[in-house]
Structures are given as C-alpha cells and as structure tokens.
Design a protein around this ligand. Structure first.
Ligand code: UN1
Length: 509
C-alpha cells in the first residue's frame, strides 16, 4: 500500500520555517549548499557553510571555554544539561517535524528520536553527580592510591543523517557533564535540525549563565571534519558514519595521538530458533528490518532461520511486507518513509542486482513507489532476499531496507554464520530455549557490542552503552560507563606516612 499524496515542497518549506521560528533559529541563508527534504527530494533553502577560518575560530573558542568549564563543578555542569532537556521537551513536536522533513522519519520515530535526546539529558544530569573514581589498596603503609577522572578537552562530534539529533545529544550531553566543550559537524543532509539543537543549547546556556562557547556548530562539507580530525586541540573525535569514513578518521586522529570514538557500519543479524514465538518474532523482525526504511546502523540486515521453520516464517514475513504502508512520513498511517536520496536508491538497486547474480532470490518487495509523484525522492518497498550463503554483497552494509534470509540446522552453525561478517554492532536471537539464549549471549556467542534476546537488533535504550566491535569501530557511547571515553583518568599515590617508602621493595639512598 502507498499512502495517498505527498505534501508539496512549499508545504514542507513553510512547516520547516514555522518550526525553526518557534525554536528561535535564525537561518544562515546563503548559496554554499542547500537544506533539502527526502519527502519530495527538493531543496528547501540555500545555506551558508563554515569555512576554514570559522572552523579555526570555533576550535580556539571552545578550547578557551574548556579552560573554565573544566573547573566548573560537575553538578553545576549538569544544570546546563538539565535545562537543555527541558527545552527539548518544550520543543519536542517542532524538533520531530524537522527530523521528518530532513531525514524522512515517520512521525512516531521522529518523536522517538527526540525522546532519546530527552532521556540522555536526564541520564547525563544524574551522571554529573556520579563521575566516580576508585580508591585502591596501596601496598605501602601510610599510602593511599586513588583514581581521579578529569575533563578531556574539546570533543569534535561528526554525525550522520539517520540519527541527526540523538547521536549529537548522546555525545554532547555526556561530554558537557564530563567538563568537555563540543564542536559539532553534522551531516550536510540535516542542517536544519542541527541549527535547532544548537539554538536550544545556546538558549540553555544563556538561561543558566554558562558561556555560549561551550559548544559550536559548523555547517558544511567534509573539509570541516578533516580540520577537526587533524587539529591537536580536538582531544576526542567522536564520529558516526560508514566504515569507509572511519578508516580515514581513525588513523589520522591516531597519527597525532588524539582519541577517537568510532560508530561505524553494522550488518546486524537475528537468529530465529525453532522454539521462537513467531508472532513476537515477526513483529520484531519487521520493525528492525523495514523500520526507518532500513536506515539505522542497527537495522536488521540478515535473518538466520532454523530450516524447520523457515517456510512458515518467510510466508508470514512476506505477507507482512506486502501490507507495509509506504509514503508520506507525516501521514500517521505510514510505516515506511523515503530513502534519504536517489543515490541511496541506486545503492539498493545495485545490491539487489548483485545479490541475484550471486544466487539470491527476491521473495518480497524491491519495487520503487511514487516515482511519478516525486521523481527526485526515493520511496521503495522493503525487500526480502533468500540467499544460500553469505556472498560478498550479504557481507556488506547496504543502507536501505534489504533483509537477506539464510537457513541453519545447528545453533553452532547459526552463530558461525552470524559472526562471519566484518561488522559487529547489534544482534539478536528469538528463542524460548534458555540454553540457546545464554549460549548466544556468552563469550562464544554473538561477537557484537549489542546482543539481544526476543527483541530485534534496533531501538536500543540510552541506559546501555551503544557501539560495536570489528569494523563497527569499537567505540561506546550513551549510557553505562561510556562517559569514561570523554574523560582522562589520573592515578594518584598519596603518602601520609611521613617516611619515603618505594614500591616493589626497591631500596635507594
Ligand atoms: C544509529 O542508527 O546511528 O538503537 C543509532 C537504535 C537507536 C540508535 C541508532 N537507539 O536503533
């Protein structure tokens, strides 16, 4: 099913302007690049980009601001993040509008992304009173060992179009609580939501009396990112995007001994065991594979199904796929909005051509929708492809709703298939067998940073650490103790004995 008509670009432009106005953004209009919407594929308005001098000024200003921010007590720093969370609540609907207009997310998912920002602000406020270090038993009498966590410096955040606001908030809320200052270089595809977030943080800083230079936004192309990557004043580069991008960023930051936190590609799989509750599995799989039009880094891309239930499960999935409402993401009945660009559509079609050449058979979907109504937009039917083995294309991340289905006979075989891809972000198993579930979660089970039972691969809560292994880059963001990446630990030895004693029984003098 296709939802009826699309809004016009004029409607969307007016809606974006109204949301920006209510948030208080003054749009830096210009001719360097354009804000656009994947709903029609058209441009909304021209924008000015930051140049090398702007980037230099932002680095200098945030570095300067860091020198006082690091000495501001952490619970006071938390007040800034609390105010940001309040403003995000006040503007939830407008922020969701901008996310839908620029990233094409359906209303419920766009609101969910703003909720995720509110949640991480709450988390970071609590964290601002919990930046705990340890005390350690010293081997020497009259000595104490302690570990102290200090602010790190300026954090450069490079984010992607698909979570244009939440990923910024994970990094920024936690970094600010940790005493760092932040420079944000968002995707060129989502400048408006970035301006809105930046404006609200500015407002929060003004409201609580914090210098505005604790954060800066830089709109523009990859040259800005490169300048951040190469500048020694950027203590941590937190970058979300493709593995290709991470391969460039990681070594360049390492070459100057900077730190990087990489959130790169996923090729997430779910194992469906014979004991699985299939009603629950079908719902979980369809959301994880087709939701967000397959454009989450946690999207389910591979299904590894036990041979005995494969036909039944595939029949249920193809029936569900046939009914997915595709179209205008503002229409409350739509479940699948547009792909971000027609280039993404080309990438999907190329993957399908290669999958078929490599022996795959399309079982559902794959067609383009609304091509007449919106030739510059990219609406597609989420697709299911049956494959006999993990060929080259199956081992790649195609950022579109393509689900490859494989079968297995033994759980050991399923886990081997599961782990036999270069990426390691998210994973899940659908089973009612506790032994199988525990094995999947164990050291010899899933090799991913996220491993779930009876829930899909996407849609993680902020309370856990988010990130993955292998070509996913190894970084952890968001909850748990991911904050440690944003601080530097110092080990302190304190001698209160009045005598000098050397460790390891060394004698000298
Ligand atoms: C991403 O796709 O870059 O777990 C982040 C999820 C979301 C975050 C996804 N909470 O799907």
């Amino acid at each position: 099913t296709t939802t009826r008509t699309l809004p016009t670009t004029d409607d969307l432009r007016a809606r974006a302007r109204a949301a920006l106005k209510r948030i208080g953004v003054s749009v830096p209009e210009g001719t360097d690049f354009a804000a656009r919407t994947p709903i029609t594929g058209d441009e909304l308005f021209g924008l000015a980009a930051a140049g090398p001098a702007d980037t230099e000024a932002a680095i200098a200003a945030t570095r300067e601001a860091f020198l006082t921010w690091r000495t501001t007590p952490a619970p006071r720093r938390g007040e800034l993040v609390r105010r940001l969370g309040e403003l995000l609540r006040d503007h939830k609907s407008d922020l969701a509008d901008l996310i839908t207009i620029e990233a094409g997310k359906i209303r419920s998912e766009a609101l969910g992304e703003v909720q995720e920002m509110i949640d991480i602000c709450d988390f970071a406020v609590g964290l601002s009173r919990q930046l705990y270090g340890r005390t350690i038993a010293s081997e020497r009498p009259g000595h104490r060992l302690a570990e102290t966590w200090h602010p790190l410096g300026v954090v450069g955040v490079i984010s992607a179009f698909n979570f244009p606001a939440a990923v910024w908030s994970w990094n920024t809320a936690v970094a600010l609580a940790c005493g760092d200052t932040v420079i944000w270089k968002p995707s060129e595809l989502t400048p408006l939501i970035s301006l809105a977030c930046d404006r609200l943080l500015d407002q929060a800083a003004e409201d609580v009396g914090v210098p505005r230079d604790v954060h800066r936004l830089l709109l523009g192309d990859r040259a800005i990112g490169e300048q951040l990557v190469d500048d020694a004043r950027i203590a941590l580069v937190s970058a979300t995007g493709s593995t290709r991008m991470g391969r460039e960023v990681g070594p360049r930051v390492a070459a100057r001994f900077g730190r990087s936190l990489l959130e790169l590609g996923g090729n997430n799989a779910a194992v469906v065991a014979p004991s699985a509750d299939l009603d629950l599995a079908v719902q979980g799989i369809v959301f994880a594979a087709a939701g967000t039009a397959g454009q989450r880094c946690t999207t389910l891309r591979r299904l590894i199904v036990h041979r005995d239930i494969a036909d039944t499960l595939i029949a249920r999935l193809t029936a569900a796929y046939a009914k997915l409402p595709i179209g205008d993401p503002f229409d409350e009945s739509t479940l699948v909005g547009p792909l971000i660009t027609t280039k993404a559509l080309d990438g999907m079609q190329d993957a399908l051509t290669r999958a078929q050449a490599q022996g795959g058979k399309i079982l559902a979907g794959g067609g383009r929708r609304l091509a007449d109504a919106a030739p510059r937009a990219a609406y597609v039917e989420p697709v299911i492809v049956r494959v006999d083995e993990q060929t080259e294309v199956v081992r790649e991340e195609t950022f579109a709703p393509v689900l490859y289905v494989l079968t297995y006979d033994s759980l050991a075989e399923a886990i081997a298939l599961h782990n036999d891809v270069p990426q390691g972000l998210s994973s899940s198993i659908f089973t009612r067998d506790q032994q199988e579930a525990e094995l999947f979660l164990s050291a010899e089970g899933s090799d991913c940073g996220i491993a779930n039972v009876n829930i899909g691969t996407s849609g993680a809560e902020i309370g856990g650490a988010f990130g993955g292994e292998k070509e996913t880059g190894g970084g952890r963001e968001s909850g748990s103790d991911a904050w440690r990446a944003y601080m530097r630990p110092a080990t302190n030895t304190i001698n209160y004995s009045g005598r000098l004693a050397l460790a390891q029984n060394v004698s000298f003098l």
